[in-house]
Ligand binder design. Structure first.
Ligand code: ADP
Ligand code: ZN
Length: 538
């Protein structure tokens, strides 16, 4: 741009990147001047102003959405619904779960029948002045039917059933959990008589330890729960059932009289229980008339109710896969193995040597067991690989209901566990990785004998270890000095070693039987306990 006047012409330009320009202009006698003008482009300016704004709005949106979700999805969340409880109301009718659907938990059912009776006929109890426990704690391993039992109590008494999981109380924002508890109890009192079921109560009911950085939200929620439980008078008709598989971690304030003072154990089912559970679930599928439930129950030793339900369902699925219209005994037996060990690996190709090793390993276990007890130790041995990673396994015979074990039995058990490895040593003169699981179990057992059962030489009746969660794998924590720990380790090794040597000795003495049965297993891939005993006693 330029301005033309009479005498001079004034030119304007932006900065020119030429270092010699000044001297050339001076040489030419031009008068000039310059000024700095801000050069930021409009786009950059806009971004600088609006980007932070956009980011803030986005964060706000995300937080708002979270709030909405947590508060149960209502649009009114921000105004007054914040922290509204998620408790679902199941108004039970006759199609609900009944005690008859819960099999094998007779003691628990008996215990809860009283609650049902109370809900049907509270005056009977009021007249005599008896008050129902406010809270009942169902404790036991996962999948044993605790939720079912709670529902059955509601179903039998024909009252509303509120259910919420302990973890649902624990929120991102301090105070929300407590407000949910308040809300839940308000609803419950309106609908009384009713059942409130809190699953996984350990999520909020953990011991308050006063540690720095403890979970404030959880403690506030727990305090609110305690306050609410104290707040309603006896006989309002609100019965709180709670379930946990970690009873030892609960705050003592929660389990004291007046709160969850009644504890109903819901244990893994025994043989009869398992049979009953199988029968209950088998009613839901089409199944052959000649299915031997007692045999299936014996095979599924240690299974929980949930696993048994799964076994029945697997059997039905298997029948469909094979194009049959009902499930048979063999479907049931195969699905027990599926649930225990996984599916058969159809195309796992073991080398010949591997297959021989697995055969000897499994027979080693069985033979050591049989020679120690002089009875059939196994129901079945198979060397068909499974998806769980097991290359072969031995299905043990259920020893009936066994509540006590003596020292010799435990030692024999350790010897049996080492029998697989021992067979590899006796036959092949080398050892394989196949014994990892056996080693783990043998060690666990030996450790328990020394640290918890007082079966060591010199610790007498002193507990060197305590079990921290009995229903979830039974983890333990050491409670002794480092010197004792070293001594424990030494004794555990000694104990296992002695049993391992015993196993090797048994197999060496029975070398012919070991070869004979292993040969048979190698050829047939699956043998029954009877076949095993026939060859052994031949
Ligand atoms: P928990 O609450 O103890 O973890 P659930 O009550 O949720 O266990 O049980 C899970 C499933 O397992 C149930 O839906 C049911 O199908 C089955 N089940 C568990 N225990 C039993 C039982 N005693 N009788 C019948 N079915 C059972
Ligand atoms: Zn083994």
């Amino acid at each position: 741009m330029f301005t033309d006047t009479e005498e001079t012409a004034v030119y304007k330009t932006a900065m020119v990147g030429d270092p010699d320009l000044t001297s050339r202009l001076l040489d030419a006698g031009v008068s000039f001047s310059g000024e700095e003008i801000e050069q930021t482009s409009t786009l950059v300016t806009l971004l600088m102003w609006f980007l932070p704004l956009i980011i803030f709005v986005a964060i706000g949106q995300v937080m708002y959405k979270k709030l909405l979700n947590k508060a149960g999805g209502g649009g009114s969340a921000m105004t007054f619904g914040m922290g509204k409880s998620n408790a679902k109301v199941y108004v039970q009718s006759t199609d609900g779960i009944r005690f008859s659907d819960v099999a094998g938990e007779e003691e628990a059912k008996e215990n809860l029948t009283e609650i049902v009776d109370y809900l049907h006929n509270p005056t009977k109890y009021k007249e005599i002045g008896a008050s129902m426990p406010k809270g009942i704690l169902l404790v036991g391993p996962p999948g044993t039917g605790k939720t079912m039992l709670a529902k059955a109590v509601a179903g039998e008494s024909n009252v509303p059933f509120f259910s919420i999981s302990g973890s649902e109380f624990v929120e991102m924002f301090v105070g929300m959990g407590a407000s949910k508890v308040r809300d839940l109890f308000r609803q419950a009192k309106e609908k009384a008589p009713c059942i409130v079921f809190i699953d996984e109560i350990d999520a909020i009911g953990k011991k308050r330890d006063g540690q720095l950085g403890g979970n404030d939200e959880r403690e506030q929620t727990l305090n609110q729960l305690l306050t609410e439980m104290d707040g309603f008078e006896d006989n309002t008709g609100v019965i709180i059932l709670a379930a946990t598989n970690r009873p030892e971690s609960l705050d003592p304030a929660l389990t004291r009289p007046g709160r969850f003072d009644r504890r109903v154990p819901v244990e893994l089912p025994d043989l009869q229980g398992r049979e009953a559970i199988l029968r209950v679930h088998a009613k839901k599928i089409r199944i052959a008339d000649d299915v031997d439930f007692s045999k299936v129950a014996r095979m599924a030793s240690g299974a929980s109710g949930a696993e048994l339900a799964n076994i029945v369902n697997e059997a039905a699925l298997r029948a469909v896969r094979d194009g049959r219209s009902f499930a048979t005994q063999s479907d049931m037996e195969e699905s027990v193995e599926v649930v225990i060990a996984g599916y058969q690996k159809k195309n796992a190709i073991l080398t010949d040597r591997e297959k021989w090793m697995v055969a000897y390993h499994e027979v080693g276990h069985a033979l050591v067991a049989a020679r120690q007890t002089n009875s059939a130790p196994v129901q079945k041995i198979t060397i068909i690989p499974r998806t769980s990673g097991a290359l072969g396994y031995t299905m043990q015979v259920e020893e009936g209901n066994h509540y006590l074990m003596i020292k010799e039995e435990l030692e024999n058990k350790i010897a049996t566990l080492t029998g697989g490895r021992a067979a590899e040593e006796v036959k092949f003169g080398t050892i394989s990785t196949g014994a990892a699981n056996d080693i783990e179990q043998a060690t666990k057992l030996a450790r328990a004998m020394i640290t918890r059962y007082g079966m060591s030489g010199d610790f007498d009746m002193v507990a060197m270890e305590t079990v921290t969660n009995q229903y979830l794998g039974g983890d333990t924590s050491l409670a002794c000095s480092p010197q004792s720990q070293a001594e424990i380790d030494r004794q555990v090794i000694e104990l296992v070693k002695k049993q391992h040597e015993k196993a090797i000795q048994i197999l060496t003495e029975n070398r012919e039987k070991l070869d004979e049965i292993s040969q048979y297993l190698y050829e047939k891939e699956t043998i029954t306990g009877e076949e095993f005993m026939t060859i052994l006693n031949a």
